[in-house]
Write a protein that binds this ligand. Structure first.
Ligand SMILES: [Mg+2]
Length: 235
């Protein structure tokens, strides 16, 4: 099968979500890590986390507990500690799969799609989360764009697409659950597919410029992407 396009899929709120009740392992881990480093428990609303890059979240939490302009080294320390906590928290409160990612990825592969990840997680953290949800094999080698691949979500997505398609000639499709996924996709000239999750509703994703919104990822995705690619694109 000839490769036809690149698809980068977001992790949190798109492929996986936290336990039925209580906070996600990622949220608990970054809060504990901040407390370890600073002695204080940050109070940043969780809505600031969705669609944000891990280093930006780390910086936000350090500033929240009183550290002004934390250095990249300090942010790195917090991320290292976060990963330690994430390993134990993700085994205690594993992530759950949303929809049918295996079916979705298979349907893309069958139609010539190259599939990777496009996420604000740092690569190691994303791997821990996916593994706890049983999706490690589906994204073996963790191809795609991650927090450290760019200063903005658009940059990391562009880098992720280039990793899968070094020629840069294939169409790129970004799939995610927040307006940040959509706006970053538009910024790099990609097609944007929204998957509503919590307060990021179908209407909000469409308003942000999503070319298409699907209710969940499943075995229909390949066909849906094909019709999107053959439709005239406006804007
Ligand atoms: Mg997300």
């Amino acid at each position: 099968m000839q490769t036809r396009y690149v698809v980068l899929i977001d992790i949190d709120g798109t492929l996986i979500t936290g336990p039925e009740t209580g906070q996600t392992a990622g949220s608990v881990a970054i809060h504990r890590a901040t407390e370890d480093l600073t002695g204080r428990w940050p109070q940043v609303p969780l809505t600031h986390f969705a669609g944000n890059r891990d280093p930006a979240i780390a910086r936000l939490l350090l500033e929240d507990v009183g550290e002004k302009n934390p250095s990249p080294e300090r942010v790195g320390q917090l991320i290292d500690r976060y990963l330690e906590h994430l390993r134990s928290e993700a085994s205690r409160r594993p992530y759950r799969v949303l929809g049918d990612p295996a079916g979705a990825v298979a349907s893309l592969h069958a139609r010539g799609g190259l599939v990777g990840l496009g996420t604000g997680n740092i690569r190691e953290g994303g791997a821990i989360k996916l593994e706890s949800a049983g999706l490690a094999q589906l994204f073996e080698g963790m191809p795609g764009g991650f927090a450290r691949d760019g200063e903005t979500r658009a940059q990391l997505l562009r880098a992720g697409a280039r990793e899968l398609d070094p020629s840069g000639e294939l169409r790129v499709i970004i799939i995610g659950d927040t307006v940040h996924d959509i706006s970053a996709a538009l910024a790099i000239g990609a097609l944007a597919v929204g998957v509503p999750y919590r307060h990021h509703t179908r209407e909000i994703l469409l308003e942000a410029g999503a070319h298409l919104v699907v209710e969940q990822l499943d075995g229909q995705l390949g066909e849906t992407i094909d019709s999107l690619l053959s439709a005239p694109i406006s804007g």
